[in-house]
Design a protein around this ligand. Sequence first.
Ligand SMILES: Nc1ncnc2c1ncn2[C@@H]1O[C@H](COP(=O)(O)OP(=O)(O)OP(=O)(O)O)[C@@H](O)[C@H]1O
Length: 713
Amino acid sequence: MSPHNSAATLRLVPAHRVVPPRLVRLPRFLTGPSPMARWLARHRIAAERPRPPEPPGEAPAGTAPQGRITPASPLPGPVIEADRGPIRRPPTPPEERRREPGGGGGGAGGAAPPRFHKPVGPEDFGRALRLGVQAVRRNLGLVMVLTCATNLLILAIPIYLFQISDRVLTSRSVDTLVMLTIVIAAAVVLQAVFDAVRRFVLMRTAVEVAARLGAPILSAASAAALHGTGREYQTLGDLQQLRGFIVSGTLLSFLDVPFAPLFILAIYFVHPHLGTIVVGTSLALLVITLINQKLTARPFAEANAAQSRANLHLDSMSRNSQIINALAMIPEAVRIWGRDTATSLTAQVHAQDRNIAASAASRAVRLLTQVAMLGWGAYLAILGEITGGMVIAASIIAGRALAPIEGAIEGWSGYAQARAAYGRIAGLLTGSKLQFERLNLPNPEGRLDVERLLYVPGGTKQVVLNGVSFALTPGESLAIIGNSGAGKTTLGKMLVGSILPTSGNVRLDLMDLRNWDPRQLGENIGYLPQDVQLFPGSIKDNIGRMRLDATDAQIYAAARLADVHEMIANLPQGYETVVAADGAPLSGGQKQRIALARAFFGEPRFVVLDEPNSNLDSAGDKALAQALRHAKENRITVVVVTQKPTLLTVVDKIMLLADGSIQMFGERMQVLQRLAGDKAPRPAPRAPGPSQVPGQGPGQDPGKNPGQGGPKS
Ligand SMILES: Nc1ncnc2c1ncn2[C@@H]1O[C@H](COP(=O)(O)OP(=O)(O)OP(=O)(O)O)[C@@H](O)[C@H]1O
């Protein structure tokens, strides 16, 4: 942390409302607002208090961000609010939302002017990395100055020795001894202070790196995980590794190495022969370093890769702990983890063996150098070319010159791992797509246009969706039916932008989903996935999509809509009931209804429900039908993927999907009649059979009714 902007006081405010703020007071060393605090302040989401939009630049230095805790703060300096994420909330005044619960509405009402959304601005992760690297460089500049001073002052002891043996002992001057001792003692104290200061700065640099890059890495990892392997989240672990290296002794050794020539020069001044011995030793150590690097790079890379696979497996074990226990799969799970861990450990042993051998060789070379220095120095003293004090002083200086080189060799593994970790961090941040600043659009009304969707998952040749085209007007509802594996879930995910088509477009209010501001799009759509997952947190937080600006009225309205209010009211802690990562204490159906409430939270304009009644009882089915009626009344466009027939009675249109292609698409009655093979028009919709979706029962081969409806009915 640079001296002009290091943190004076950081106040960490925990996320939970009932926990009082925990104060962490750091020393007032290097006072000024920290870049870390400014970074977090710039990326914070506004809480209850409305405030004017922040300019895109840095927050004013030294000013505390306006948050709900900040005004009460007795402490000067910046405030870091630990419950804030990196996404800047669009500055919609909360009052406006409170006046109009569910205020995400676009032009659905007709009379009201369209509501505009303030885009979040471009999210340039590459820039975050550059700023982080800049901060480290700036701080390392200061550390180098301190290192320079420390290394110069280290010469005080050899000089003291030299002066005592060659001047004080020969002159027998007590005054000289006292003066010399005072000066050298001051130099030693100063050296200790400078050394401590550079360690303080490095420690704060490590904190600054974590604070600057943590949130961008998590954001970039979340975005990359959508199309990646899930390993992206492990980059946060890489950040820990980098942080550890910055505070390690190895980095100090690396910083001290450039000063070795200074010491060698000093030894040359004592006697060129001694200088030559040290130069020879330095070259030998350099060769050992290069060989060490060459021999350890590959095994360390292998160890890292295997460790990252083991961590991924560990993560999946923690998520599937129930099934692992229920099916007694613990030995298998442990074996898979053990295999990757063993590979990692084996590679580490190979690398460390070579590293230890190199360290031993370098230590032996260094000790032999001391022997050579003393022996040859004594010989030179016998010849009368140097004094005994000079010999000892040169030996101490030589030890000081070679120690950092040896330290660098010993810590090479840490350096290699930190460098690999930095490579992965840089790869993630620079490889993440730049989120361009989007045009400030009115919120959508819910018109959906799907054009020639083709989806071939990466690395496969399987065509999952093939030329899917259809359109829905605002407020229309569509049920997608079809056999298992027909592509219904894939289509549902594509409609909400959670996977991208290989070709084709999904447009909401004419705009391709990829061109909407992601935050605005997310606020205006609802999604209930097939595999419902709730976040660890309270029920109200889950319904309110974990948003800080979710009002109680909005949460209640969503709960009523999903008819889950009564169920929540019966829980001992009501809306404050904390849901665990596995959804406990809720049943599958209760989880699904809370997820339904979450999907309808904030009055989205377009909602996709993927098998929303797979776990519901009859009351849940009624709630779902009510939610769909509410959607119709409020002109919310709904697409519902279903295997059950009950929902078909409440939708406007039905699509039959088979092998990724539309087999039928049209008005509900029309499709139901075709599916039933009944050409005669009927006055009222007839619910299909109790257990089968039309087209899936015996004798109902959807492939035999092709081409009905087709694209864009
Ligand atoms: N990322 C992927 N990689 C490979 N195949 C995929 C991928 N995503 C989907 N598929 C394949 O696409 C087909 C359709 O899957 P999808 O989950 O959309 O079916 P579905 O109609 O929702 O089935 P169900 O009713 O059983 O949920 C399946 O055969 C599936 O294996």
